[in-house]
Ligand binder design. Structure first.
Ligand SMILES: Cc1ncc(COP(=O)(O)O)c(C=O)c1O
Length: 541
């Protein structure tokens, strides 16, 4: 059996001297197969890897075992071995050589073992693994493929998505690059209590451990569904049981699941006009024939449809019409439920902004009025908490629960279990309601300030519509012919209020912009509006 041998190329430092520890070094790899003298002056039969380049810096923040691990790993991956040249020194010899504890070397070796860089052969010692993990993780470089000369024949489904963004425009997400942009419907994310969230996340992980890493329920976390049902019954006037709740990846997925469950290709989905552009995209993508329905002061208008055009699903935003901001009247709510029942349709209630109402308590949701099981209620955490969380929920009529869960299981199984468990705690421990109350107060203050500043600085060019709820305003342009200059000024100074026309399908839009206000401080609002007003003034006067 070969004995261990350390390749020594230089005079070695004595292990106990302080100097020897800082910047301790061993000879560079030797992979020669010839017998070589070790540092006791004896001759051995097999060569052993030695690490001349190892430099351990005791003053560095990086722990010694981590430095050793990293440097050995790098040496192993930068060299090649044959069967006779891949043995490592024992941890005892290496520790002695480097002037570190054997524990330090063992920690580094264990990690290298665990990651597959080393393998032990009983009675023979420790060897560089063959193949090294780098080699089996790295795909062979393919030969350059010939370019396909024709563009791909994309499906109609993709070609028909009404989304005109291209390339880099997708990189920042819907809200665009940071800064005072006045993009509508953006929440004040810098106010989110990250510290509390992280603490709760650590708690659920400590308690549930690896259980949370498994595939999880396609309905959603049971504790979360229970907490959401309680919240919805207590604060949104819903009537539901936790079994009716399906956790989703936000409203968008809730719409997709609902469309998939109810609408065959070519069947009709009603959406509000003007309305939420993602509803138009999603229902269309699911194969529905999207029919825009005008809205009036009471909400979506209900017409007696022909048999062929009878909707299978009706998308509405009763608590805060998007984007105009009206609240659906009680009479319209009742009429809508009756209508849905009469034509065997379902109503998709997007309750996106009900928590942020500034003039009195929110109206109970449509789902709470529904005694005939026609309303699919959808809520989102995108505005109350933060949108990249990608969590929302459906309250489904009992008979739709199972089909919807089936669809979710086909789509992507479920939402991330750790986030769901954290959110459940956020709700049950009271942080959710506290956060809503705090944000409503903050938004109310910013809203008042925005109204005051906007009227003062921009009242000459716009009429500001003041809704009771939500995170944005609609500002109607007083003189239609100024719209082009206004749009250009926005681009020039880097603000991005959204043209209201992007929410219209069939109805002829009057020129207007929608301004988000909630994400920016008073100072930012004053500065952003000031710049806008000054530039507009210079162009239009
Ligand atoms: C009308 C409306 N509904 C829902 C949402 C939230 O969608 P999601 O939950 O998919 O983030 C938004 C976001 O801006 C919205 O404007």
């Amino acid at each position: 059996m070969p004995m261990l041998l350390l390749m020594i190329g230089k005079k070695l430092p004595t292990p106990n001297s302080d100097k020897s520890r800082a910047g301790a070094q061993l000879p560079k790899f030797s992979r020669a197969g010839n017998p070589t003298p070790n540092f006791h002056g004896k001759r051995r039969r097999h060569s052993i890897l030695a690490f001349e380049m190892v430099r351990l810096d005791r003053a560095a923040a990086e722990p010694l075992h981590q430095q050793l691990y990293r440097q050995i790993r790098d040496e192993l991956t930068s060299a090649s071995f044959n069967n006779n040249s891949s043995r490592l020194p024992s941890s005892r010899d290496l520790a002695l050589e480097l002037g570190v504890s054997r524990f330090t070397v063992n920690v580094a070796f264990s990690r290298l073992h665990a990651e597959g860089y080393l393998e032990s052969k009983i009675g023979s010692g420790t060897f560089a693994a063959k193949p090294l993990p780098e080699n089996f993780l790295r795909a062979r470089t393919a030969k350059a493929e010939p370019q396909i000369e024709r563009p791909p024949r994309l499906s109609e489904r993709v070609r028909n998505i009404p989304d005109h963004r291209v390339g880099r425009q997708f990189d920042f997400g819907i809200a665009g690059p940071p800064g005072v942009s006045f993009v509508p419907a953006v929440a004040a994310l810098d106010e989110f209590p990250i510290d509390i969230w992280e603490r709760l996340r650590a708690q659920v992980l400590a308690q549930k451990g690896a259980h949370l890493l498994q595939y999880a329920s396609s309905r959603g976390d049971p504790d979360l569904r229970k907490a959401l049902a309680t919240y919805l019954c207590d604060h949104r006037g819903a009537r539901c049981h936790p079994d009716q709740i399906i956790v989703t990846a936000g409203t968008q997925q809730a719409m997709m699941i609902s469309a998939m469950a109810l609408v065959n290709r070519g069947e009709v989905a009603w959406i509000e006009d003007p309305g939420f552009y993602q509803a138009r995209r999603t229902f269309g993508f699911a194969g529905a024939n999207v029919v825009p329905r005008p809205v009036d002061q009471e909400g979506i208008t209900i017409a007696r449809p022909s048999k062929k055009r009878s909707p299978k699903i009706i998308y509405v935003t009763p608590s805060h019409q998007f984007p105009l901001g009206m609240t659906m009247s009680l009479a319209r709510r009742t009429a809508l439920i009756d209508f849905a029942r009469a034509c065997d349709a379902y109503i998709f209630e997007d309750d996106h902004n009900s928590e942020f109402r500034y003039t009195g308590p929110p109206l109970p949701c449509l789902q709470g009025l529904d005694k005939v099981g026609r309303v699919i209620y959808s809520g989102t955490l995108s505005k109350i908490l933060y949108p990249s969380l990608r969590l929302g929920y459906i309250v489904a009529p009992q008979q739709l629960v199972e089909p919807m869960i089936k669809i979710r299981a086909v789509m992507d199984q479920h939402s991330p279990a750790i986030d769901q468990a954290t959110l459940a705690r956020f709700l049950t421990e009271g942080f959710f309601l506290t956060h809503i109350k705090r944000m409503r107060k903050l938004y109310s203050d910013r809203r008042d300030f925005f109204i005051e500043q906007f009227k003062k600085m921009l009242g000459k060019y716009f009429i500001l519509e003041i809704p009771e709820a939500g995170l944005h305003f609609v500002a109607w342009v007083r003189q239609k012919d100024q719209m082009r200059v206004i749009t250009r000024v926005c681009t020039d100074i880097g603000i991005r209020p959204s043209p209201l026309s992007s929410c219209f399908m069939k109805v002829e839009p009057k020129p207007a912009l929608t301004f988000g206000f909630a994400a920016w401080s008073r100072a930012q609002i004053r500065e952003g509006l000031g710049k806008f007003a000054a530039t507009l003034y210079s162009k239009l006067n």
